[in-house]
Structure formats: C-alpha cells, structure tokens
Ligand binder design. Structure first.
Ligand code: PEP
Ligand code: MN
Length: 390
C-alpha cells in the first residue's frame, strides 16, 4: 500500500482536548513524502534518530493522541508501541495483540510518522507486516533465545524491512551479535542495535545497568550499524532519563528510543519511566547534541569512551579488592583458630618482592607499588584484627 502524505494542516476527527484546553486535533505536517518506505529509509540514516511512543498500545484514542502530540513536537521521527508485551509475571497487561495494529496504521496515516513494534515470533512478524508496520524490533527477552530469534529471522526471509535488535537481558555480547548474524543471514539488509541495559540482581541505581563498555564494544565490532539508546528501560524511572540520554549522545550513539504516554502515571505498563510527549520535547531540547565540528565530536567521543573504560576497570579493581579482603578474612579465621599472629613479616616481604617484579614489567613505579600495597596491607590487617577480636 502507498501512503501519500502531503504537507499542511492536518485535522483529526473527534475531540482531543487536554486539561489546559489545547486542541490536539490540528497540527502541521512538515514534510511531503511519497511512500512510507522512502520515509523510513530517510529516517534510518537521519541522525539523531528519535523513536518514541507508549510502552504499550492501550486504546485507539491513546495511540492517536500520543502520535499527534509526538508529531507536534517536530522532533520525533518514528512512532513505537508495544503490541505483544513480554511480561515477567502472569496476570499483567500483555498487550492488545493484533487488534491494536490498525490503531498504529491510523496514527501513521494521521501524522506521517512511520511505525515500529516489537516482534518475538514468526506470527508477530507476519501480522505486523500485514498492517504495514515500517520497522520491527526484537526485544531483550527474545534476543536471549536463539530459537525465537531464528523463528523471527525465518519469517523475515526475503522481506525488506529494517530491524533493530535490543541487547539480551544479561550481558552476553555473543548472543547479541548472534541475533544480528541470524538476521543478516536471511538477507535483512538493515539491522541496527538498541542498548537497553542489562539486568542485575538486587537493587541498583538503574532498572537495567547500562554497562556502557558493552555497547562500546558492539560499536567497535559493527562500526557502520546504527546504535540507538533506550534510556527508558535502562532507568526504569523518570529522574535519570536525561543524564542517560546525554551520556549516549556523548558516546556517539545514533539516536534514542524513549517511551512516552499521554498520562504516564496511569500507563498500563512501565508507568514509572514514561513521560508525556511535551516533557519529551523539553528533554530533547535540553540535550547537548554534539555536532559542532567533526574533530570536537571525535574528541568528546574518544574521551567519554576512555572514561567509561576506566570506570569499568575501576569497578573490576574494587570487586577484586573486595575478593582479596574476603580471602584475608578466611586467613584471619585460621590464624585465630591456630593462635598465630596476624603480621608475618616474611610473607609480607614475599608479596612486595613479587609485586615489584610484576609492577616493573607493567610500567608501574616501585614507589606506587609500595604505597598501594601498604594501603592494601593495612586494610587487610584491620579485617583480620576484627576477626581475631570477634
Ligand atoms: C519495551 O520496549 O517496551 C520492552 C519490552 O523492552 P525490553 O525488550 O528492553 O525489555
Ligand atoms: Mn516498556
């Protein structure tokens, strides 16, 4: 089907008024396009590429109003919506399924925004394509499962539609690139990546830890592949959306996918992390888009990338130090049970000698090694003291 869209004022039938009484039924279409396919192609290469829309397509009215208000921002390139929702627990809203697809088609017709939905099975792919969804994405819970990814890939054989692949739920880059390869193997020409963070056990600052070094590594592996950041699922709340989005821009990501809702607090899924289209616009306006000069962008990206790698190494060092102290604690228990003194000078001299040798080979000065090991030793003695006296 061809979508012929003309620039000018578009009026939507019905009565879409917000609380402040502004009329949402009228907006101006800026671009004239011939086909949605061409427009989608244009969007694929546009930087930054901004995708927004609700976590879930809840009702026709919600979809149309969201799309209209997003189009009004003039900053959103594509409309997203969850049709089939993979929920962790049963009993939660699992999406409206196929009945919601015409709503998206209508929202597209009214606003000129190409659409994108999540697919997890071959049937999802078939249904989405039947309703002319312009781009598909594979969700984090699907990327982890090679059977599902292969089923999606098989359904896409011979189909020319762009597909974005979210990172798997857990930090396994081979699964992520495996999914990319499966799609490329069946002939999908346009494959992109979405970074939505990685799940970790227990309460962390983020719903899904960004682990920035991982998308950085994927960018190194696939330098020409679009990489989009999804701050909504990384943050799981509204407060850190802006800083996560900014960080991704500093790392030279190609765009953002952010969830938006006409009434975020009452969204049927992911209520805590969605923002209104108007708030989204404010956030997009406040972002610093790094495009002044190429060299400046290169410098900022290089610096941010290196800093991120340093953060990662520091985290690993701290984890190892924690492990080291746990070993000291164990030794402390033995010493206590066998009545042995904490400080054993010979052992300490051995440790230092080994470290000087290794440090020299690694370009670390004797002075630094001494300071570092003194600090580690002191901490270790304090740990063992505590155990001896407990
Ligand atoms: C979503 O985009 O609404 C979604 C379910 O995300 P993810 O696959 O990242 O969990
Ligand atoms: Mn969601």
């Amino acid at each position: 089907m061809k979508w012929i869209l003309k620039p000018g004022v578009v009026t939507i039938p019905g009565n879409l008024k917000t609380e402040d009484n502004t009329d949402k039924t009228k907006f101006t279409m800026q671009t004239a396009v011939t086909t949605m396919k061409e427009l989608t192609q244009e969007k694929w290469t546009k930087r930054p590429l901004i995708i927004s829309g609700p976590c879930s397509a809840e009702t026709e009215e919600q979809m149309i109003e969201t799309a209209t208000r997003l189009a009004k921002t003039g900053k959103v390139d594509m409309l997203r919506a969850g049709i089939w929702k993979p929920r962790t627990k049963p009993g939660l809203f699992e999406g409206n399924g196929i009945v919601a697809l015409p709503w998206l088609a209508k929202a597209k017709q009214l606003t000129g925004l190409p659409t994108t939905v999540e697919v997890a099975t071959g049937k999802h792919v078939e249904d989405a394509l039947k309703f002319n969804v312009d781009m598909l994405w594979v969700g984090a819970r699907t990327t982890v499962n090679p059977f599902s990814v292969q089923e999606v890939a098989d359904a896409l054989r011979g189909v020319d539609v762009p597909v974005l692949i979210k990172n798997p739920v857990h930090p396994d880059l081979e699964l992520w690139s495996g999914a990319i390869e499966r799609l490329q193997k069946v002939g999908v020409r346009q494959v992109g990546m979405i970074h939505r963070g990685f799940s970790s056990y227990g309460n962390t600052e983020f719903r899904n830890a960004p682990m920035w070094h991982l998308p950085i590594e994927m960018k190194r592996r696939y330098p020409d592949m679009p990489l989009i950041c999804d701050p909504s699922h990384i943050c799981g709340n509204r407060t850190s959306l802006q800083s996560v989005a900014q960080k991704s821009i500093d790392l030279d990501f190609d765009g953002l996918m952010m969830e938006s809702h006409i009434d975020p607090d009452n969204a049927w899924s992911d209520a805590k992390q969605q923002v209104t289209p108007e708030r989204l616009l404010e956030m997009l306006n406040d972002l610093v888009w790094r495009h002044e000069t190429t060299t400046e962008q290169e410098f900022i990206t290089a610096l941010t990338t290196l800093r991120e790698q340093i953060n990662q190494v520091d985290d690993e060092l701290l984890t190892l130090l924690g492990q080291r102290m746990k070993l000291s604690d164990k030794i402390g228990e033995y010493k206590k049970n066998n009545n042995i003194t904490i400080l054993q000078t010979n052992r300490w001299n051995d440790i230092l000698e080994r470290a000087f040798k290794k440090g020299e080979a690694l370009g670390l000065t004797k002075e630094f090694i001494t300071k570092y090991f003194d600090a580690v030793h002191l901490e270790s003695i304090q740990h063992q003291n505590k155990i001896m006296n407990s």
